[in-house]
Design a protein. Structure first.
Lengths: 305, 404, 294
């Protein structure tokens, strides 16, 4: 129990420190943390569906883009906080709308299907923008300052992490994991797997929608090619796999490690860092196929000290 | 276990890297003997092919300046050699924004140069305003640039769609062309050009025999181009990006579409276009506002130096715009005599600059001094054919048939 | 619509479809036998295109000869990658699902390495060359020699690989492995050899596709991803592990695109093809031709 309290205390301390970042750090550090928190939010929300049920989704970029466009279209018409929240809700609604037919598709077919979804939304928005504005791209004026955006991402990132944690440690979470183990068996045991997956898909889409809405204001210029880029989905998957995608700590670690390592390499070796990063990914997968955290956890469990 | 050791090792390495990152700090010289110039560049990712010409122009400028011992800055009473501080933005606007925040608040560079491409220019523009740092934009063109309300940001290019399309239509009128076909890509810049082309075309009273779009990344345009051919237009206006220009030039030959005038918006000025298509380039027109034959001081010299250093021609848009930008920044520093941002800003906003692309002066955010021009391939060279004042050659009309 | 135009649309669709098929068959071979999702497939196409380009521009090697050199080169890369990374992983992977996700990551790493290495070695400049640009008329439809050649080579290679699977002992062993891994190993099929073989063959086909495409499209270090996406769509349409399905899927997608472009607004093409793609998966979640080898 004391251990648990210490853990909570430690987490609260980190959160408090994160709250203080804009107060003492330079804008560069704040923006680095903003980036970090963004990836945490995206990765934590991704594992709620894909990590827990094994339905690997490349659809995060679709939700990210949708949120970004919702914000771009409503900006200066509705208040900022409402825009961010609605960006998430729009994605939640969208995921719920397509959830049942989509989640009937399994395995690698689901992976490609979600990739198709994100490409589809991209081209849909290209055409929509042409109909509405004549050109493909929007400039957003009078965007909030760095601090406001930072605190927003901090809230969303914390929210996603806490949600991922509570989902995992609930009956709902156990149901999701049973889908991963043996979906048909879970069904025959009376778990309504369709509803479970559907709910997880919606929750998982809610956060990238909000992140997209915030990031649209940070970029101050968006077009469909950049906000619906499949690179977002790929990076989230790499982060989740690196850290271990079955739990909150893993996703957190993956996001933090990859962001910081790539930041460190990126500044030092502008031409080589992507190659080094690629090599690190292969190395980790080859020697630690269950994520970086897994062998450490096992060590801690087996040799308690 | 070996595996466990390995994982611990990896974690240790990652930890060290992370720590190393945090303990890193920008080396700050005490005595002022170097001038750090910062920028973000798309070294990797989807913009990297286009950004290569910009990066090389920056490197050439660095060479030229440092061969002369640097830029004379009055405040320090000596010439300061330039040192580049640059990072890869992975062709991502988020990263580019972070790069500039880093350059301004952490690396504390004296001067900033622009990144590559319209969308990243847009993303970075608000920072210039927020930190009150002047940035002269280079490789960005859009009418929406004028929507940016900034006192610290400018754009050099005259390939702004409304002005560019007017120049094109003027040329078509001059050539006495009646029937035109327009094909355009579903992309940002081509769409924007179309928006301005339409009214000018209407006003000029051209007969538009066909107007159709094609999607980004289209790999086969033969059916579209043969449809165009069937309508027998005098002029074909292709509002495209480089990939489209390659496909259109190849497949127009294939289907035997050979109009009297062929305009391809972006692409023919890309370095590889000439070597790839050889004699087939003859007569193809494109947007742009520079040629080494232009009557501007240093134009030819820039071209020769560039070819000597990189063993290839400069990109007549990206490389030239970027070099011009460096010249403006350099002249402003020399005139102001310090790195005082407000003074630099005022100087850039209110003075005329002498560049390899002729005189440049900003009215608001835009360079209104340089006219929009049309280039055309003639005997393996891109010549300026419009407007007459800056032309280096007469328009080749009608375009000769494809070779063979 | 006049006949020539219809023929032109069909020929354009078939040509692009043939190349799609070549790309997709190579990808599907690797997925089918090893359950590995090769998202670096497009980067191999890119490498094949660069090698052809350099051989042609620096040493004047005809792309016709490069077809063989590039295929061998790509197969060699396949051999190295398979032997050094994948064989050990297949051995230690606990389940097919873990293997599938890990392979995705490794190929992601490889694609990042390949594309950035190419941009480091050769800069990110757009490149290209012209070869066999004479035009040739079939039933009044103009076709450039290089595209016709690309089509013929692609179709011949696809058919050969299909025959290989159908008619030879090796092919039967591969099919057996695709259908049931455990059972095939029980009857004494050397899985290790087949893994390496299909890996090399799949890579060689990607390299060959790059060689063919380089004759008429532009080359950049980051050109691979769109081809990977197309290949994925094709193999999903035709059914994962179904080589014949990929062949048909390639032609289907090629025709769908060109016919779609000429009937509707071309700008709508991606929306059209992606919505058809999504619908097909939703209705037939195992592809049009189902799983397995026919």
């Amino acid at each position: 129990m004391a251990k648990r309290a210490a853990l909570y205390g430690f987490l609260a301390l980190i959160l408090a420190l994160l709250c203080l970042v804009p107060a003492f750090a330079s804008d560069y550090v704040v923006s680095l943390f903003l980036d970090l928190l963004m990836w945490i939010a995206l990765t934590e929300s991704w594992i709620i569906l894909s990590g827990y049920t094994g339905y690997i989704s490349l659809g995060h970029s679709a939700f990210f883009g949708l949120g970004a466009y919702f914000m771009a279209m409503t900006w200066t018409h509705i208040p900022y906080a409402l825009g961010v929240l609605s960006g998430g809700l729009v994605c939640l609604a969208f995921a719920f709308a397509i959830g049942f037919p989509f989640l009937r598709v399994r395995g690698p077919y689901f992976v490609i299907l979600t990739l198709g979804l994100s490409e589809f939304t991209k081209y849909l928005f290209i055409n929509l923008e042409i109909k509405l504005g004549g050109t493909v791209g929007r400039i957003l004026m009078m965007t909030p300052g760095l601090e406001t955006l930072y605190y927003s991402v901090l809230i969303v990132g914390t929210g996603a992490t806490i949600t991922a944690y509570f989902v995992k440690n609930s009956r709902f979470g156990i149901g999701l994991f049973s889908i991963k183990e043996e979906e048909d068996a879970a069904n025959s045991l009376g778990i309504n797997t369709s509803i479970y997956k559907w709910l997880a898909f919606g929750i998982s889409a809610f956060f990238p929608g909000m992140v997209g809405a915030i990031l649209a204001l940070r970029r101050s210029y968006i077009d469909p090619y950049t906000v619906f880029s499949p690179a977002v989905s790929f990076q989230v998957i790499v982060m989740a796999f690196l850290g271990g995608f079955e739990d909150v700590e893993g996703a957190l670690l993956g996001a933090v490690v990859l962001t910081l390592v790539s930041e460190a390499l990126w500044a030092q070796y502008p031409y080589y860092y992507m190659i080094i990063l690629g090599a690190i990914v292969i190395f980790i997968v080859k020697f630690m196929p269950l994520g970086v955290l897994h062998p450490i956890k096992q060590r801690l469990l087996k040799e308690p000290q | 276990m070996e595996k466990r050791k390995m994982s611990v090792l990896v974690v240790v390495i990652l930890g060290v890297l992370t720590l190393g990152f945090f303990s890193m700090s920008a080396p700050q010289a005490l005595a002022k003997d170097v001038m750090p110039v910062g920028f973000s560049m798309s070294l990797t990712g989807k913009y990297a092919p286009g950004a290569a010409g910009q990066m090389q122009a920056y490197q050439l400028w660095l060479d030229v300046v440092n061969q002369n011992g640097g830029i004379y800055v009055k405040k320090y009473g000596k010439k300061l050699p330039v040192k580049f501080v640059y990072y890869d933005d992975k062709s991502s606007a988020d990263t580019a924004v972070r790069v500039y925040e880093k350059l301004i608040t952490k690396d504390k560079v004296d001067v900033l140069l622009s990144p590559y491409g319209t969308s990243i220019h847009f993303a970075v523009a608000p920072l210039a305003e927020r930190y009150k740092v002047p940035i002269v934009g280079s490789t960005a063109a859009s009418v929406k640039l004028r929507d940016i309300k900034s006192r610290y940001f400018w754009f050099i290019t005259s390939c702004v769609p409304d002005r560019q399309m007017k120049a094109l239509v003027d040329l078509l009128k001059y050539l006495n062309i009646k029937n035109i076909a327009i094909i355009y890509a579903q992309e940002l810049f081509p769409r924007e050009n179309l928006q301005f082309l339409d009214p000018y075309v209407k006003k000029a009273g051209f007969n538009v025999v066909l107007k159709k779009d094609y999607p980004m990344g289209a790999k086969d345009l033969t059916t579209l181009l043969s449809e165009v051919k069937g309508k027998k237009p005098h002029a074909v206006i292709a509002l495209c990006y480089p990939a489209g220009a390659f496909t259109i030039t190849t497949q127009a030959q294939e289907v035997g579409l050979n109009p009297d005038f062929l305009f391809e918006l972006v692409g023919p000025a890309v370095v590889v276009f000439g070597p790839k298509f050889g004699a087939a380039t003859e007569g193809i027109a494109t947007m742009g506002h520079w040629s080494p034959k232009g009557k501007w001081p240093g134009a030819k010299e820039f071209y020769d130096r560039y070819v000597a250093k990189f063993k290839r021609k400069p990109d007549y848009l990206n490389s030239v715009l970027s070099y011009t930008e460096c010249q403006i920044v350099q002249q402003a520093i020399e005139a102001v005599g310090s790195f005082d941002r407000e003074k630099l800003r005022n100087y850039i906003a209110n003075h005329e600059f002498e560049t390899i692309n002729g005189p440049i002066k900003f009215a608001g955010l835009e360079n209104t001094k340089t006219p929009s021009m049309i280039l055309q391939w003639q005997k393996g060279e891109l010549e300026i054919i419009w407007p007459k004042e800056t032309a280096t050659a007469k328009p080749l009309y009608p375009k000769p048939p494809w070779p063979k | 619509m006049e006949l020539t135009r219809i023929l032109q649309i069909l020929s354009a669709g078939l040509i692009i479809g043939g190349i799609y098929a070549l790309i997709a068959v190579g990808l599907n071979l690797i997925y089918g036998t090893m359950r590995l999702l090769n998202i670096a497939h497009g980067e191999l196409i890119m490498l094949g295109a660069y090698v052809t380009y350099w051989l042609y521009t620096l040493y004047g090697v005809s792309p016709l000869i490069s077809m063989i050199l590039v295929s061998a080169f790509s197969a060699l890369i396949g051999l190295i990658v398979c032997w050094s990374i994948f064989l050990p992983i297949i051995k230690t992977s606990k389940s097919a699902a873990v293997l599938e996700s890990n392979s995705l990551l490794i190929f992601f790493g490889l694609s990042v390495i390949f594309s950035n290495l190419a941009s480091l070695l050769w800069t990110a400049d757009i490149r290209g060359y012209s070869y066999m640009t004479k035009v040739f008329y079939i039933l009044g439809v103009p076709l450039m020699h290089n595209r016709l050649l690309a089509f013929l080579v692609a179709v011949v290679v696809c058919i050969l690989s299909y025959l290989l699977l159908q008619k030879t002992m090796l092919g039967k062993a591969i099919r057996a492995l695709i259908q049931d891994r455990e059972a095939s190993q029980l009857v004494g099929i050397n899985a290790r050899f087949i893994y390496i073989f299909s890996f090399c063959l799949g890579f060689a086909m990607a390299g060959l596709a790059g060689c063919l495409l380089s004759m008429f499209y532009e080359i950049t270090p980051f050109m691979g991803l769109p081809y990977t996406i197309v290949a994925f769509i094709v193999i999903v349409l035709g059914g994962l592990g179904n080589i014949f399905g990929s062949l048909m899927g390639g032609f289907l997608l090629g025709l769908l695109e060109t016919i779609g472009v000429s009937l509707t607004s071309p700008g709508l093409r991606p929306i059209l093809s992606y919505s058809i793609f999504i619908l097909i998966i939703l209705v037939r979640p195992k592809g049009i031709f189902g799983r397995g080898v026919y």
